[in-house]
Structures are given as structure tokens and as C-alpha cells.
Design a protein around this ligand. Sequence first.
Ligand SMILES: Cc1ncc(C[n+]2csc(CCOP(=O)(O)OP(=O)(O)O)c2C)c(N)n1
Ligand SMILES: [Mg+2]
Length: 398
Amino acid sequence: MAELSYSTAFPSFDPADLAQARGLFRVLDEHGREVAVDGDEATGQAGVEDEVALRMWRSMVRIRVVDDRLLALQRQGRIGFYGAATGQEASVIAAAEAMEIRDWIHPALREGGMALHRGFSLRTWLSHCFGNAEDTCTKGRQMPCHYGSRAHGYVTLSSVMTTQFPQAVGTAYAMALKHPSPDDRPICFAAIGDGATSEGDFHVAMNFAGVMRPGGRGLPLILFCQNNQWAISTPGSKQCAAETLAIKAVGYGLVGVRVDGNDALAVLRVMREAVARARRGEPPVFIEAVTYRVGAHTTSDDPSRYRDESVTERWRDLDPIARLEAWLGSRGVLSAADVADWRQACDTEVRTLLTEVEGIAPPALRTLFEDVYAEMPAHLETQFAAASAQASTSVGPA
Ligand SMILES: Cc1ncc(C[n+]2csc(CCOP(=O)(O)OP(=O)(O)O)c2C)c(N)n1
Ligand SMILES: [Mg+2]
């Protein structure tokens, strides 16, 4: 594991400042002890309110429990696929916490917890993983983890790497044109992984994000990269020859900030500042959240075949939930009993919902032929009739 060089200087958000793109801003040390942030006498509590930190902690634990359960379900053959955010919950949830529900999220594979944190129904989330009739996200047409909810400003995941960035730049441009007055614009957030920074779309989007300045202001945009150091079996060292990913932002005229992605308080503070700046129309911020994929890429992957898992164990010691829990404990707002109770409550919630949704029937056959045309054309009606006839005589599932 390359030694991490942490910084306690809060980023300046000056586009020319390379230090914030080279360093690694953190608020909590590896044991969850608060470190003094340079020049920060603001609140005396890591710059984050207890209630907010507790809310993040609850969502982080909940998504961990959901992930663990669904990984087990896939192993039992009950769902087809799963990609977990294990060890990356601080980045996911703190990013969501910093924004408002009117702000648009363009997620990658591991950001489903952002939708849950915004209040998206866990029942629908689980139904989507089964592709059943209550899968209002994608009506059973997608692999698990491709959540989406217009009501929660959560754009349906596209599996195609990096598409999130150019799409969010376009959405941000539209938001800037629709809401010309600063301070009141919905902003757009896009998440990618470290591997996605090698795609052409990354460079196209970063360039566009810098040069587009409608009304003379920066786009209302935050570009977020969860650097979990692996892209399936490709390590970060084969992905990028630059000193950091964040430093690339500087060449595009963006602000590049590097933050400890396993420190929810640090991610929240950086995100809050990026959000405020995006609403005001200052240059968009690219955030590199440094974390680690402690699990497999997805349930289709076995990392023990290509990496040294003793390194993974060292990253488990930097677990974002344990660090936040320790800090909340030191502030006297979270006890060991509270922790046990919440974990139990999450477990019960997930297990109860799973027993309910697993029995729900698949979507109606007709839905296979809908949604492309406002009214079903004759040739699709014919195909639907043929499929219905076959389904009614088939011995297998319809
Ligand atoms: C354009 C494209 N190429 C290849 C793939 C196959 N693929 C899926 S995920 C992945 C790696 C993604 O790595 P990273 O961007 O670091 O995200 P992480 O999975 O680590 O969160 C690849 C190569 C794809 N989905 N899209
Ligand atoms: Mg990665």
C-alpha cells in the first residue's frame, strides 16, 4: 500500500492551487480521532453538526447491511448480479448529504446508497434487484444495481463507464440556461471510478466543463471520482501516470481537490464547499475521493486471483463506518447500544422486505413491448399476441 500523505489544510478551491490536488484532506485520523484542521476554529466539532453526522452514519450502516445481504443472496442464486459499495460508504453518503433533492445525481455502479439517503424506497430498490413487478426503476429490463428515480433526482445508471461525466456536463449546461440567476440553481453531480478516467469521455467532459461558461459563470457542476484503486483487475498504477487524478483537473481550468474518501466528515466538508461554489457559478470542482474497493468488483469477480489481499486487510482498518462511529462515540452522541440497535434494525428491515419482495411476480408480459412508442404499433401488438400465446402454453416461466 502506497503511503498516504494526509493534509489538514482545508482546500482553497483556487483553480491554480496544486497543493489541494496533491494532498489528501482529512478530518478524522485512522482511529476516528478528530485532527485539527488548519485555520478552522468554526464549530469546534470537525465543522460538522452531530445530527448530520449521525444521519450519515445511519445511512452508511444501512447500505453496508443491504450490500452484505444482497451479496449473500447472489451467492445463493436468488438474484443475478450485485456490485457493492463496501468500504466506500463515506464517499457515497457524504456526497449525497451535501446536496439537495433538486440537485441531479448521475451515478456509477456504487452510488445506489445516494438514492436511499435521499429517501428512495428500499422496497423498490430490492424489487429492482429481483426485476419484479414492483421494479418501477426499470421494469425488470435491467441488471440489478441500475437504479433510477426521477422523484429523487437520481438518473438511471448506465453501465457504460464514464457516460456520467458528459451527461452531467450537458445537464448542468441546461440547468444554467434554465436558471440564470446564481445561488438558486440545481446543480449536477456525476460519479465515476478511477478506471473511468482513462476513457475518452472523461477528457471530453472535463474540457467541456471548463470552457462552457454560460452568462460568464461556471457550470453548476461537481465531478466526483471514487478512486478505489482498482478497475476490476487493473490497478491505479496502470490507469494514470500523473501524480494524482485530481491534478488533472488543473489542466482543464477546473478546481482539483483530493480528499480521504473513507472520512465522511472530510468528504462532507469538501462537498459542501463545492456545492456552494457550483450554485454561485464558480469554476466546477473535480473531487478525487481516495478509498479502496475492499470487496470484489462485482459478484462476477474474484480479486484473490490478481491482487495481494493483505493490502486489502490494511484498508479494512481504515473502515469509514468504524471511524465515524468512533468520532460520534467520543462526542457522546452514540453509544455501543445505539450501534447494536441500529444494526439490528437495518438487518430486520432488509430481511422483512426481502421475504415480501422475493414473492412478487415478474412484470406483466405486456411491459416488454411498451414505453418505446406512446401507443403500441400494430407490429408490436402482433408480437405481443404471439408471445402471450407462447407463454400460456409454455411449461417454464412466462
Ligand atoms: C466503456 C466501458 N468499457 C468497459 C466496461 C467494463 N467494465 C465495467 S466496470 C469496469 C471497471 C470500472 O472501474 P472503475 O471506473 O475504477 O470503477 P469501480 O468499478 O472500481 O467502482 C469495466 C472495465 C464498461 N462497462 N464500459
Ligand atoms: Mg475503481
